[in-house]
Design a protein around this ligand. Structure first.
Ligand SMILES: Cc1cc2nc3c(=O)[nH]c(=O)nc-3n(C[C@H](O)[C@H](O)[C@H](O)COP(=O)(O)OP(=O)(O)OC[C@H]3O[C@@H](n4cnc5c(N)ncnc54)[C@H](O)[C@@H]3O)c2cc1C
Length: 390
């Protein structure tokens, strides 16, 4: 393992930073926590696309850059560090484009990948259902063949960015006569088709970033199927490894960390800067240790991907680690800020732009989304420790 960056990679990181600094200088957006999943800004996505930074790892023949996963990690790490509003393209860039490269038809690759790369296709992830979360294989949404089409009925829930998506990736049951894992298929379709209804859900922060999505007799041509019919489960598992292992599982609320450090330097308590308080210093230093360990985990995952393997047990290790760190960061912020930390962003007394309030509430979901920590530890126990199935 070699964690040294090449000269090209150092230059690339600087290029990304320069781009983001210039965006900030122009006041095009404000850094925020969770910007990778909640910061929907089509114009930002278009500017990122113009830089050629969407689909960085995809084959050049489809418009990608054929670059490494470490390069992509450098890019996403900087996006997260700056709290840049990258939600419009994040899911497609992270996992759906890759799934189409691996399992899609040539027609799907030629149609969809360029749209994503140009920053025009914003893809939502329709996996979870009201009765199928951790046990996703028990999903009830049905896709029934009808001539050259499928007719889709059912409901998805917690679909992040559902109100902004113009494409939806989703999994549905295509055979209910076989064991539940064997009758599932993956689809991708225009999210504005007749019969699709999106209903926002208010989350714990008061925001409306995730949604219920209802499918009522939605007719789609068979070329919306990704990969083989009834082989969806294997494909989903592969995709989830990519979903779970990115830097967003460690740095979603990174802007809070920097703001907190700055706050302790500027704020006096009992006549002295907070930054001189040994307890505060120790807490911040502890977070820094945990952050740096987490970064090494994430770079290791990128090296695994560059070696051509899905990080199937590594992602089950990095995500619980990363999200536990993020929750500790939010809790530490609350401890350091005291009661002011609980103020919502609208309050004139709110410190660190309300990021502590947001992260404290929002980070509860980090260890649920994309697979809960309990489930991931079960997977790790099975896949790496080779413990028996429960
Ligand atoms: C912020 C956020 C964004 C999301 N975005 C999306 C999205 O875009 N698309 C999408 O499809 N889904 C999304 N989800 C849904 C997410 O994938 C599910 O919440 C998750 O898979 C857990 O499912 P559940 O909520 O039904 O909980 P359940 O599966 O009901 O689990 C409840 C609790 O029981 C525990 N548990 C369940 N089974 C076991 C077991 N076998 N062993 C031990 N413990 C167990 C879980 O760990 C959890 O603590 C999002 C969720 C959140 C919080």
């Amino acid at each position: 393992m070699d964690f040294k960056f090449s000269e090209e990679q150092k230059k690339f990181r600087q290029e990304v930073r320069d781009f983001l600094e210039e965006e900030l200088r122009q006041g095009l957006w404000q850094p925020s926590c969770d910007a990778w999943i909640m910061g929907h800004d089509p114009e930002f996505t278009k500017r990122v696309a113009q830089k050629g930074w969407i689909g960085l790892t995809w084959p050049k023949e489809y418009g990608g850059q054929g670059r490494s996963f470490v390069d992509r990690l450098i890019l996403t790490e900087e996006m997260l560090r700056y709290g840049a509003p990258a939600a419009c393209h994040w899911f497609a860039d992270r996992q759906i484009g890759g799934a189409i490269v691996h399992y899609g038809t040539e027609e799907q690759r030629r149609e969809l990948l360029p749209k994503i790369i140009r920053g025009e296709a914003y893809v939502g992830l329709g996996m979870s259902e009201p009765e199928a979360g951790s046990d996703l294989a028990s999903l009830q949404m049905r896709a029934v063949e009808d001539g050259d089409d499928y007719i889709i009925d059912g409901q998805k829930t917690w679909t992040s960015g559902g109100s902004h998506m113009n494409w939806i990736y989703m999994v549905a049951r295509t055979d209910s006569t076989v064991a539940k894992h064997r009758g599932i298929s993956e689809f991708i379709m225009d999210a504005t088709l007749p019969g699709i209804t999106v209903r926002p859900i208010v989350d714990i922060t008061g925001g409306v970033h995730f949604n219920e999505v209802f499918f009522d007799g939605v007719r789609v041509p068979k070329n919306c199927l990704i990969g083989e019919k009834n082989s969806g489960w294997k494909q989903v598992l592969n995709q989830l490894d990519y979903e779970r292992s990115g830097m967003e599982r460690l740095m979603a609320n990174y802007p809070l960390f920097e703001a907190l450090i700055q706050y302790t330097k500027e704020t006096k308590r009992n006549g002295k800067p907070l930054a001189e308080d040994p307890v505060v210093r120790s807490k911040l230093a502890q977070l820094k240790i945990e952050l740096e360990v987490g970064r090494l985990h994430m770079y290791r995952v990128a090296l695994v991907m560059d070696a051509g393997r899905a990080p199937n047990w590594e992602s089950s290790m990095t995500k619980p680690y990363g999200t536990a760190f993020e929750q500790r960061l939010a809790s530490t912020a609350m401890e350091i800020l005291g009661l002011y930390g609980q103020l919502s962003p609208e309050s004139k007394w709110v410190p660190v732009q309300g990021m502590a309030y947001h992260s404290y509430l929002s980070s509860k979901g980090y260890s649920l989304q994309a697979g809960t920590s309990e489930i991931l530890k079960n997977i790790l126990a099975l896949r790496k420790l080779e413990l028996p199935t429960q």
